[in-house]
Each structure stands twice: as structure tokens, then as C-alpha cells.
Design a protein around this ligand. Sequence first.
Ligand SMILES: Nc1ncnc2c1ncn2[C@@H]1O[C@H](COP(=O)(O)OP(=O)(O)OP(=O)(O)O)[C@@H](O)[C@H]1O
Length: 664
Amino acid sequence: MSSTATTLKGQPLDKAVLDAMLRRRMFYTPSFEIYGGVGGLYDFGPPGCGLLANITDLWRKHFVLEEDMLEVDCTVLTPHEVLKTSGHVDKFADWMCKDPKNGEIMRADHFVEAVLEARLKGDKEARGQKVVEDTEDPAKKKKKKAKSEAVKLDDAVVQEYEEVLARIDNYGGSELGELIRKYDLRNPETGEIPSEPVSFNLMFQTSIGPSSNLAGYLRPETAQGQFLNFAKLLEFNQSSMPFASASIGKSYRNEISPRAGLLRVREFLMAEIEHFVDPLGGKKHSRFSEVEDVELVLLDRDTQLSGKTETRTVKIGEAVRSGLVDNETLGYFLARIHLFMVKIGVDTSKMRFRQHMANEMAHYACDCWDCELHTSSGWIECVGCADRSAYDLSVHAKKTGAPLVVRQRLDEPIVIEEWEVDVEKKKFGPLFKKDAKAVEAALLATSQEQREKLAKELTGNGKVVVSVEGVADGKAEVPAEAVKIEFRKRTEYTREFTPNVIEPSFGIGRTLYALIEHNFWTRGTEGGDEARGVLSFPPTVAPTKVLIVPLSSNAQFKPHLKKLSQRLRKLGVSSRVDDSSASIGKRYSRNDELGTPLGVTVDFQTLQDNTLTLRDRDSTSQVRAEEDTIVEAIRAIVDGSKTWADIEKELPKFEGQEVEVAAR
Ligand SMILES: Nc1ncnc2c1ncn2[C@@H]1O[C@H](COP(=O)(O)OP(=O)(O)OP(=O)(O)O)[C@@H](O)[C@H]1O
């Protein structure tokens, strides 16, 4: 597949034309623009809102309803302690470096990537080879600044650069610093080597309440709220496993250098699923057989490690059987993500699933695949699908002492001999006051080995000393009257385990933008005409489904327009009347740019026989029939039960207005 961006009809994508159209039609617009704007913040206009709402509605139907997921809506404001425990306070960071001359702050990995790519481009130019733009994600890069110079490189150097680029998401701060020094990477703007990369936490910090002593953050993902509600959700689900929770909501990340429109912003809509599964039994999925023949385009870890980006098309059943995808549940969700993307109108030739390399994975993940969509900004991660193992539930349980576990009745009881800790809760309160819970949690989180040692300490010294995070000196002394540690034998009738979590995490804004590019094309460029943009969204996601146009401003058309709008409204089909003075062709063109799939014209013949014309956005062909038939055709197209080709076969073709459209 070529990595240059093309339109739906294979034309080279003119980003400037598309951007101008999106601005003109107010899909989205920089926030606070009249104050100069703030990087990475965007407002959505009417068609953008329609598109967002339809994508999230389809998402809810495809995942939440189809799979009986338990939807929750948790708060954005999150106390420090929660995100400290989850690891975000310490690890949710990118590497940042600074130009010593002009003070410019850059994301270190993006900087290395941009400069190396510019050098490779220069090498190709020097060798007289064709340069293909956008080989990777320039949304991340200082593309404009990293201009290439036609300088030939050694073959070995080219290979080294390519290997670095294939693993660019894999480096830590010191490695990025080493690369900068080793390859003498300079900011093209100033000719300077940037400073050593330092870690920059991406969370927006705030304080909750007037006394400012409860530190908090705007959540960087919706996941934590779902984990903290796990025990209640399990109970809601009658303690039955596996099950999934889901949430749609805003998340916030203080990106170092937001750019490329909606692709890297500081406030964005996420739709996340946490599927809780028993870690024993190979993480099977009961509906895997329904998707095992779905073919996915995969870019695996080993291919990337060898510095390549070749993909292969594999049935997900095969990928799981061969161990390429770790387990059925992960595979099931990759296939379901693929099917969702197809449903909303993503071009499958511009979609791939890329496996994360070991160091690239988030601090909690044990296997991860990204669904990437190709755009004019290269390959963009739109969905991350990670196996987060038991990480989150375990750390929150350890910190709070809350039992974030599943208890299952065993068919055969088992006898267990082990060290047990009994805490005298009544003594703990007066002894440790506000730290009581943390001390208790620390004791209960001890391993069998530690308990054996502590038991000896308790008998020998009449007290134990345990490490407790967040208390003075990081330690607490627990006297023998407050705790018992004994080796006991017991019969278990239930099994207790911490579920593992498979998490598909969607960025709706990125998906929306990629969808726009995948459905964009232009017509009318033949014969020197100005290009007219079209967005060929599937009817289900199109912001407005029907444009209603009267032939002229004649007052006699008004009752028909009103009646038709009301009928469509009753069917739940969104429509807009355009009774402006522009020609019918212009009015249709305007709506082609908004992605409106159908157009109805009310003309003088309507007044006589109640017939209407119905126009298809993509082919511009039209049919004519009586109002009831047209309304039924609209309903069928919008709910997906019929296509335009079906309607064209059923209803008489109409040639009249097309002449006017074409002759504009
Ligand atoms: N700054 C952002 N702007 C828009 N969408 C985002 C942003 N960061 C993440 N997302 C979306 O949220 C999804 C899940 O987030 P995740 O933490 O996996 O992203 P990420 O790996 O940090 O992304 P990236 O590496 O591009 O920064 C991503 O697949 C993406 O669609």
C-alpha cells in the first residue's frame, strides 16, 4: 500500500482543500479563536457534533448493547491517591527536550524521528530516488522544520536510521539522549543540539475543594473509574464472570506539542471497555467462533524489531491459534474493532493492527495491539487494545484493602495450609488513626514468606514492623495485641482470584478525523471546474440524512416542506430544509460537503401529483415517486436495509434536475 494519502476515489488528497472545507462547514474549529486560541483545544460545530453523536451511538450499539456491557459514567476529577496507585503520577509521562537557543520545547522521540526522517529523505534525493512522503506519523513531528538536504548517506547508516525509526516508540529518555548525541541531531531551526530529555507528566493537576489540600487531576483515561467500581459491577452482574464495563467520556492530557488538528489534542472523547476475565483457562471467549474468520491486517512485533513495516493479512482465528495474538479474548476484541471500523465507513485498505514492542507498552500492559488508520499525517493509532493483566485491580486492592476479587464456588473443596493474618480492627483505629487502613492493607498484602518471618518477629519481639507507603518514615510498628499471624489449615469451598482485564480504548476524535479523510473526494475538476468536495459517509454516521430543497422560494412549496420534515422527524431521520436562493445544484453541493447522503426536491409537479425526487449524493442520480414511496425509500436507506442500487432498481429514474446540477 502506498503511504501517500489518497481520497476515496484514489485521487491524491489535497489537505488544504479538505481543511478549508471542514472550516467552511464548521466541522470543528479552534477553541477561543478570537482570543488567539490555545494549542490542542477544539470546539465541534453542528456537523462535527452530529458525526460525533452518530459514531458514539453506533459504538454503544456495537459494543455495549451487543455484548451486554455494563456502562458507567465516572467523574473526570480524580484524587491524587488513585492515580498515584495506578502508576500514572510516576509513569504517565513523555520525554521532553529544550532547544538551548530559542527555548523551544519538543517531544524528544518526535524530534529524533523528524530529524532522522529528513536525513533519509535527503539521502533518497541525493540518490535520485522517488521520495514518498509521510512514511510514519508526522502528526508527531516537527515536519516543516526538519527540512531535508540532498546528502547521500552510507548504506549502513541508512539501515541504522531505519532500525531506529521502526523502534522509535521503544526508547526511554536516556536512550533518546544518546541517539541525539550519537547522530548529532540538531534542531533545524537553530542548528543547536537540544537538552537532555526529561520526563514530563501529561496529567493536568488541580486541587479539589476550597482548602486546596486534596490534590487531584483531570483523568487521563476513563479506565480508573471502571476499576474502582469493579466490586459493585460484579455484584450488579450477579457475581457472574466474565463481564465487561464500558464508558464514554472526556479525558485530558497535557500534550507537549499538540498538532495535526484533532489527532493530538489536550481534551478528547474516549470510549473504553474493560473486559474482566478469569486468568486461568487461556482467556477463552465464548463468542470467538463468531469472528474467527474475520481477516485482519497485522504488523507484528518481530517484523518491527527487524526494522520493517510489512503487514500480513491473517484470519484472527489463525492468529490466535499460532500464538501471534496472545489469547481469544484479545483476538475477539481486535476483530470486533475491525468490524466496528467497517460499519462506520473506515477504508479497510487504510487500516492495520500494530503490535506494541515490549518497552513501548504502557506501564500496566502485558500485550497490546493498536488499530491504526492511515491519514495524510501517516499511520495514526486510533484504538489501543491492551491486555492490562491484573495490574489495576491488584494495586487498588493492595492500597485500599478493598476485595477487588471474584469468589467462585468450587465443585471439589480444597484443603489449604498457609500463614494467615488477623487484624484487630478495634485496636487499629486508636493506634494508627488516619493511617489505620494503610497499615492494615500493608499487612494483608504480605506474601507467605514475609508472613512466616513476621510471625517469628511477633513471637520474639511482641511486635512487627511493616513498610507502609505514605506514612511517616514509611514504616509502622504493630504490637502483638493488634495482630495475629498463624500457620493454619482450612478447607476452601470457594476460589478467589483477581480478574485480568482486556481493554479496547478508542479515541473518538482521531477516529472521526480519519473517517473524514477516508470518505473525502472531489468531483467536477474535469474541464477546469473548481473541485467540489464530497464526504461519502455511510447513511448511519452522516450528520444529517436528508436535504430537502424546494425548487424555488414559491410560497406554495412551504406546506410540502413542512409536512415532509415532520414525517421524517417522526421516523427519527434527521433532515434540513435549504430554501436559500442558491441554485439547486449549489444547494446540493453544499450538502455533499456536509456528507448528507440523500436530497429531496419539491417542485411544481409535487403540487399536482404529490411526487418528489430523491437524489443520491455519491452518484448524483435521481428517482421520482409518490411521497409515501420516497419516505419509505429514505427510511430503508437510513436504517441500512437497502442501498441506493436497490432503490434505483425499484423506482423510475428521474433525469430533470441532474441537468441543472451538472450545468452549474
Ligand atoms: N492527545 C490525544 N489526542 C487525541 N486522541 C488521543 C490522544 N491521546 C490518546 N488518544 C486516543 O486515545 C486512545 C487510547 O489512548 P492511549 O493511552 O492508548 O494512547 P497513546 O498510546 O498514549 O497515544 P499516542 O502514543 O499517540 O500518544 C488512542 O488510541 C487515541 O485514539
